[in-house]
Ligand binder design. Structure first.
Ligand code: PRX
Length: 652
């Protein structure tokens, strides 16, 4: 984060208490209540979490709430037997919730599908039986590459129901990214669709899967959901391997009992970027994740039976897993799900959805808020947003200016804002306001959630006001490992300080104990709320035959929060032309996905290195951000820097 930003945040002293009206009706309605419960949750986590878990259905109760004997390989609700799909569906079928909308889905072209809890339970069971028909069983890994259509939520719940482990791949990823993820977990089935709507165009998802599967011998079957009404939407079909979902499911039963899962059985894998070139498969298990997403949804969104809740994320990311599917459905909430982009057919689409479906809770990313700001107040002003009562943000730091706009123009100064800090690894929200009791400050994620013992430490484990975020105790929603790499799990998250989880974020704590998350301190860049490892991009660049070396850095971006600048040195005799720049841009889009394409590619003869040959990214960041260059004393050849700076500025 730029120093200037840091200063804006540190000087931010506006405070926003929730209205009395909101507090009075909230689940957690006073700071005292929060403090008492927080104290209980950290001093006696066994008691606290077992009370929460008892609100859910268990086929067999656990023996021990948390087992830390083999830390950091913690176990939660040891020997308990449950099923998260049962808790999201069947648990609601003997109450009035049965007939309530579970999912209100809207396609980008405008069609609508409403699934009640009973209807969703039926669809999920049909899907589960279809999976069984293909021979899928407990423990199998299933890759899911679907657009935001109901079948995405349905297939995730269907896997969970029979104990198959889902690995959802965001439908913006390229064929190569699918291949890497499928191979890493040896998935034997891919679930996809012929296409999906995005900004008025149908994306040919099945074709991308076909390309990926050329190198994935582990995949035996592909299940294809029909999204395109054009039955001849072009894609190939491989007899024996590929199956239309509507054909396969025609004669299956809509009764499929939920598998009794051990609390520590794997629920899903979700790949995320780290500091190396290889994304890691984050492991989440059943019981703890279920309890944690259930409770955070209930309290942070202050869910009430009448709410219409809309999280605008894609189920391809963790936010969609925890706060479109599992958490809200475990609470019996009504969720809006939307397929397309916010600016289709125009920039008022989201507010149109809010008005028509009477959305009361709206959860989105700062990058979207900044885009709305740029598009102008006239779009939200066209619609009636009076149904909204609570707003949320997630995924990246929110700048106070965007927070204030969100509060004023969208929340109409009536809705508390919950700025929720968490990660793929944490499973659910960790530092967050509770809307009925927290006095919010623009740009601060405020205070830790129940059971979360958060701190700000120096590298040497000393408490400080500005340093590294650290989490002391285990919590139920935590990751249980990295698929196939337990050592990497230990080294990445638990080795900086013994007994502390290290999330990789910088943070500040103010006099009221509020946390201000300052962004990543490692080589991970947050572009539009999506995590990208710079090493991942660098390794893609050097795979190109013209590239000798590359260094990618994150810089401040007005809308995306951060953007990427790639410094690339070429092999001898190759010229850095505009054509090559375009080719490399395409290369990155094909290798990872369009959403990681750098803002600029700067060709240079050499990169600034220390005498031991390490690229000094810090200096490149200074150049890209136009700030004063930091210390250059360790550079092997300081003249490289002058050349680069001139080149960067000339091309600007
Ligand atoms: O840097 C933090 C940032 O997003 C990272 C986690 O990214 P990911 O695993 O993709 O999950 C995103 C959705 C939960 C964190 O390490 N981050 C997330 N939420 C916030 C945030 N930074 C500041 N404020 C937040 N509210």
């Amino acid at each position: 984060m730029e120093n200037q930003d840091l200063n804006t945040i540190l000087e931010e002293n506006r405070t926003f208490p929730p209205s009395q009206e909101f507090s009075q009706k909230a689940h957690i309605s006073s700071l005292e209540q929060y403090q008492t419960m927080y104290k209980e949750s950290t001093e006696n986590p066994e008691k606290f979490w077992s009370q929460v878990a008892e609100e859910l259905h268990w086929f067999k109760k656990w023996d021990k709430v948390v087992n830390s004997e083999n830390a950091p390989f913690f176990k939660w609700f040891e020997n308990g037997k449950t099923n998260i799909s049962y808790n999201c569906l069947d648990r609601h079928l003997d109450s009035a919730t049965k007939n309530k909308a579970a999912i209100i889905w809207e396609g980008e072209p405008g069609e609508e599908r409403v699934l009640t809890y009973q209807g969703l339970a039926r669809e999920v069971q049909r899907f589960s039986n279809s999976l069984k028909k293909l021979g899928i069983k407990k423990g199998d890994r299933i890759a899911i590459y679907l657009p935001m259509i109901p079948e995405l939520a349905i297939s995730v719940l269907a896997c969970a129901r029979i104990g198959a482990i889902h690995s959802v791949i965001f439908a913006g990823f390229s064929a190569d990214s699918i291949r890497d993820r499928v191979l890493d977990c040896e998935a034997n089935l891919v679930i996809t669709a012929d296409g999906g709507w995005r900004r008025g165009k149908m994306l040919a998802l099945k074709n991308i899967v076909d390309q990926a599967l050329e190198e994935c011998p582990c995949v035996k079957d592909v299940l294809v959901v029909r999204r395109s009404e054009h039955h001849n939407f072009p894609h190939s079909f491989q007899e024996g391997r590929d199956h239309w979902y509507h054909d396969l499911s025609q004669d299956v039963s809509d009764k499929c009992p939920a598998e009794e899962m051990d609390s520590e059985d794997m629920l899903f894998l979700l790949y995320t970027s780290g500091t190396t070139g290889k994304p890691k498969g984050i492991i989440h298990t059943t019981g703890g994740y279920m309890v944690y997403t259930y409770l955070t949804s209930k309290y942070v969104f202050d869910l009430k039976p009448t709410d219409i809740y809309w999280c605008t994320a894609d189920i391809g990311w963790v936010t969609g897993h925890s706060y479109i599917v599992y958490g809200p459905l475990a609470n019996g909430a009504t969720c809006v799900m939307y397929e397309g982009t916010p600016n289709w057919p125009d920039e008022g689409r989201f507010w149109n959805i809010v008005q028509r479906h009477q959305v009361s809770i709206f959860y989105t990313a700062p990058t979207a808020i900044r885009a709305f700001m740029k598009w102008g107040d006239k779009w939200p002003e066209k619609y009636d947003l009076s149904s909204l009562r609570l707003l949320g943000t997630v995924g990246e730091p929110i700048n106070p200016e965007a927070w204030i706009w969100y509060n004023k123009v969208i929340g109409q100064e009536r809705c508390p804002i919950v700025d929720t800090w968490w990660q793929t690894e944490t499973g659910g929200m960790m530092i967050t306001p509770l809307p009925g009791c927290t006095v919010t400050k623009p740009g601060s994620a405020s205070l830790p959630f129940f059971g979360v013992d958060a701190d700000v430490l120096t590298e040497n484990k000393e408490p400080t006001n500005a340093g590294l975020l650290a989490i002391k105790k285990p919590w139920p929603g935590m990751l249980r490992g990295i698929y196939g790499d337990p050592e990497r799990y230990k080294n990445t998250y638990w080795s900086k300080w013994p007994e502390y989880y290290f999330p990789g974020d910088g943070a500040k704590r103010d006099k009221d104990g509020y946390f201000w998350i300052l962004g990543r301190v490692d080589d991970v860049v947050n572009v539009s709320g999506h995590r990208i490892g710079t090493a991942e991009l660098e390794s893609v660049f050097v795979e190109h035959s013209s590239v000798a070396e590359s260094a990618v850095v994150g810089i401040k971006h007005e809308i995306k929060g951060q953007g990427l600048i790639a410094f690339v040195s070429l092999k001898r005799g190759i010229e850095g032309t505009k054509d090559l720049e375009q080719e490399l841009t395409k290369w990155v889009a094909n290798k990872i996905g369009k959403f990681v394409v750098p803002e600029r590619i700067v060709f240079s003869a050499d990169l600034p290195k220390t005498r031991s040959g390490k690229i000094m990214r810090r200096l490149l960041r200074d150049i890209a951000e136009g700030s004063t260059l930091g210390s250059v004393t360790t550079l092997a050849d300081p003249s490289v820097l002058d050349d680069l700076k001139k080149k960067y500025e000339d091309e600007d």
